[in-house]
Design a protein around this ligand. Structure first.
Ligand code: AVJ
Length: 328
């Protein structure tokens, strides 16, 4: 059965359980290092908590990226030109988009999101701000090739993927997505994409473990969601949020750490956690100029311009889907 439950299209079983959520959680909890894919952090409560995170003083990425979009409009206008169809991947309720659209005078805006309710609300907001701009929202999973509306078929395209969301994927998944975006947008298109930068690890750790505990709540909400939606009995009070820097993979990891030996059930299956054992809930990869460029090139995109905020914490890279001419 497929139903529109709250925000997204989900596949439910006869008891109303989201099958993909259940199989991801049961599989992930059966691994030696327990792990749940980060996309399950974003139910209604999680999406709201993420919005709250963007306002805590320690979480710099949103402010840094917004600063670039606000201050570099002239550069974007020159590098991107006018008349493109801007395709935003995972548009959500982005406040960054108007800043970009203001500086480049696009021919159309195509927000893509799996969350239909969010998508239509955001599209309506944007249409109100840019009365002359045709907006064609598409409810789709952008991890797969998307058929774009025929109205934009003949326009040059620019993909927009802000937020360093690419950093939430391990490199092989990130490369798959970049190649899929290239298939969706076509030869000759551009991609403007955010990459958070490697920096002092105390600054990084604080951004993912803020003093007010908003990120901790965001992480613990996943355990609550498992209890709520998968008939679980995890003792949330005995789990502690932890943000770790993994230097080998240049990423911040979020974990839920068991404060005592625990036995629990999820969807009728029994699991144990030893004291100190963790459930890994998110990766947030950080990049240097070269690692970001390598990832883009591996995905079929040639970097052409790069902008940083004034404190050099975050980068926006413009890349092109062109066949690299360099030998061999
Ligand atoms: C905006 C989804 C990329 O990894 O920084 C924020 C998500 N996780 N705090 C990020 C997030 C914990 C965020 N993304």
């Amino acid at each position: 059965m497929t139903s529109t439950k709250g925000l997204a299209l989900v596949d439910l079983d006869e008891t109303g359980i989201d099958k993909a959520f259940r199989s991801d959680v049961l599989e992930g909890l059966s691994q030696p290092q327990k792990a749940v894919p980060a996309r399950w952090l974003y139910d209604d409560a999680g999406s709201q908590l993420f919005e709250d995170i963007t306002k805590v003083p320690e979480y710099y990425p949103t402010r840094a990226e917004t600063e670039i979009l606000r201050d570099r409009g002239q550069d974007f206008a020159e590098a991107i030109g006018s008349g493109r169809a801007v395709v935003e991947f995972g548009s959500g309720s982005s406040v960054k988009t108007p800043l970009l659209l203001e500086s480049i005078s696009p021919a159309a805006y195509v927000p893509l999101d799996i969350a239909g309710d969010f998508l239509r609300a955001a599209a309506a907001d944007l249409s109100a701000k840019f009365p002359g701009l045709p907006v064609f929202p598409v409810e789709a999973d952008f991890m797969r090739r998307v058929e774009l509306p025929e109205e934009v078929a003949d326009m040059p395209k620019m993909g927009f993927f802000p937020g360093s969301t690419i950093g939430n994927m391990v490199p092989r998944t990130a490369v798959d997505l970049l190649r899929t975006m290239r298939d969706t947008l076509g030869e000759g298109s551009q991609l403007l994409i955010g990459f958070d930068l490697i920096k002092d690890r105390q600054v990084l750790k604080a951004a993912y473990d803020d003093a007010a505990g908003v990120t901790a709540e965001f992480n613990l909400n996943l355990a609550r969601r498992i209890n709520r939606e998968l008939d679980g009995n995890l003792d949330v009070a005995s789990l502690k949020h932890e943000a770790r820097w993994n230097d080998d993979f240049a990423r911040i990891e979020m974990h839920l750490v068991a404060q005592r030996d625990m036995e629990f059930e999820v969807a009728g299956r029994k699991f144990t956690l030893r004291r100190g054992e963790t459930i890994h809930t998110e990766n947030s990869h950080k990049f240097g100029k070269r690692s970001a460029n390598t990832l883009l090139l591996a995905g079929g995109w040639t970097p052409v311009s790069r902008w940083l905020d004034s404190k050099e914490r975050f980068s926006l890279i413009l890349a092109e889907a062109s066949i690299p001419r360099s030998a061999p």
